[in-house]
Design a protein around this ligand. Structure first.
Ligand code: NDP
Length: 452
């Protein structure tokens, strides 16, 4: 980046930080995109003249509301909920709902901003949005979760719709929560439409949606490896998290000849040097998805595996790393360990799991580094396919959905190569490629609309 562009970037970021005080996650997400997009804009003056980046970093609107619900013991509880409708230039707002005590406006703005670029990369007509609540589903009974979801949807249903805004799941929002949310939407609005994705298979859900994000990350890396004449055979992987993304990432790695040797949750990580085979993954699915237990329980059944309380898996030796838990779970110190251990492939399953410093270290090292907005787009892509099936009132087979997912992940990979290869010779800059690829699509639409 030349001096003039660096100065323009610093001025832009200073303004953004002033306009959005106390929102570090949002600043971080914008900084990452601006670092790639500002040099591109310097060569394409049209976008700069139309203040596209300034407009793109301001959400269309944010709805904030109170959610009251009654606990099993009769006490009244109050939570806060948000829906950030970030950008609908290329389609209805689309993005998940997160239920976690750490949810706040900064986190949801960063997620909604990222989602805008990710959705554009899929090639499907989806804008970007995100929502959620500081409600913590952990330790709540099913009935408590149901009452919370019903109360939340009673307000949320005024702001969403199949052609307006289509939420999905995210951390803390899985099949159970989507069922309760959809049931309440249907009751209040008297409509059976594709207003939420991630629905159960008997009421409009798509085969393959549950697995799509984790499988998609691995398909993306398969494309990266193929490009340099390699594959997964015999390769080991560090995977963090043990939720929807992590478990299906480990499963697809197994199917393609690799193996995950770690998984984690918010209490620590497990290391199974033999790797997770299908029986072990089925045990983990039951433990985490059905019984909602802690990951340490795995080591009571599989005794050769070790549990490391309160730690993250990045110091373990392996060939690849897939951070699939949450934002900023891999920092500069972790990145240095990974590089020193020869881990040359890092693919983000979670949203923004690597800090900016870690990301710079991987890029400077020439690692094969796949940023979330490209590598974890498989989930929202199959959500888009769920919307199409709902609109046509048909269901595709699992093979058909999986085939489309593979095509979409290949398409995203190829856009990254197209936009990220130019200046760096052989080393593909997947971060720059994803940012510019997503930006061009959204920016072109905004350009066409004039000043709106
Ligand atoms: P889940 O709720 O299914 O699982 C989240 C996992 O991460 C759990 O193992 C959880 O541990 C762990 N975790 C959550 N917060 C923390 C934390 N603060 N510190 C340590 N561990 C934590 O979520 P998903 O798998 O759906 O989502 C994971 C990531 O992937 C998120 O960044 C999400 O935005 C992203 N993503 C998800 C998509 C999807 O389709 N589901 C699509 C695209 C991105 P515990 O069990 O202890 O809570």
């Amino acid at each position: 980046m030349n001096k003039t562009t660096r100065k323009a970037l610093d001025t832009f970021m200073d303004g953004l930080v002033k306009r959005n005080p106390g929102e570090p996650e949002f600043h971080q997400a914008v900084q990452e995109v601006a670092e790639s997009v500002m040099p591109f804009m310097a060569a394409h003056k049209d976008y700069a003249d139309m203040s596209i980046l300034e407009r793109m970093t301001e959400p269309d609107r944010i709805v904030i509301f109170r959610v009251c619900w009654e606990a099993d013991d009769g006490t009244i509880r109050t939570n806060r909920a948000w829906r950030v409708q970030f950008n609908n230039s290329i389609g209805p707002y689309k993005g998940g709902l997160r239920f976690h005590p750490s949810v706040n406006q900064s986190v949801l703005k960063f997620l909604g901003f990222e989602q805008t670029f990710k959705n554009a990369l899929t090639g499907l007509p989806m804008g970007g949005g995100k929502g959620g609540s500081n409600f913590d589903p952990k330790g709540k009974s099913d009935r408590e979760v149901m009452r919370f979801c019903q109360s939340m949807m009673t307000e949320l249903c005024r702001h969403i719709g199949a052609d307006t805004d289509v939420p999905a799941g995210d951390i803390g929002v899985g099949a159970r929560e989507i069922g309760y949310l959809f049931g309440q939407y249907k009751r209040v609005r008297n409509e059976f439409t594709g207003v939420l994705t991630g629905k159960g298979l008997t009421f409009g859900g798509s085969l393959g949606r549950t697995e799509a994000t984790g499988y998609g990350v691995v398909y993306f890396v398969e494309n990266m490896l193929q490009r340099i004449g390699e594959d997964f055979q015999g390769k080991t992987a560090l995977v963090s998290g043990s939720g929807n993304v992590a478990i299906y990432c480990a499963e697809k790695l197994l199917q393609l000849g690799g193996r995950a040797v770690t998984l984690s949750d918010s209490t620590g990580f497990i290391h199974d040097a033999e790797g997770f085979d299908q029986d072990k993954l089925d045990f983990l699915k039951d433990l985490k998805f059905e019984r909602r237990g802690r990951i340490q329980e795995y080591t009571k059944v599989y005794k050769k595996a070790k549990f490391h309380a309160g730690k993250r898996p990045w110091a373990v030796k392996a060939d690849m790393a897939f951070p699939c838990a949450t934002q900023n779970e891999l920092d500069a110190a972790d990145a240095k360990k990974l590089i020193a251990n020869g881990v040359n492939v890092i693919a983000e399953g979670a949203n923004m799991p690597c800090t900016l410093e870690a990301q710079h270290l991987f890029r400077d090292n020439g690692s094969l580094y796949a940023p979330a907005k490209a590598s974890n787009a498989g989930g929202v892509a199959v959500s888009g396919l769920e919307q199409s099936q709902n609109a046509m009132r048909i269901n595709w087979t699992r093979e058909e959905v999986d085939g489309r997912l593979q095509d979409i992940m290949r398409g995203i990979h190829d856009q990254c190569v197209e936009h990220g290869a130019a200046k760096r010779g052989k080393a593909v800059d997947y971060v720059g490629g994803a940012n510019v690829g997503g930006f061009v699509k959204v920016a072109s639409a905004m350009h066409a609309y004039g000043v709106v």
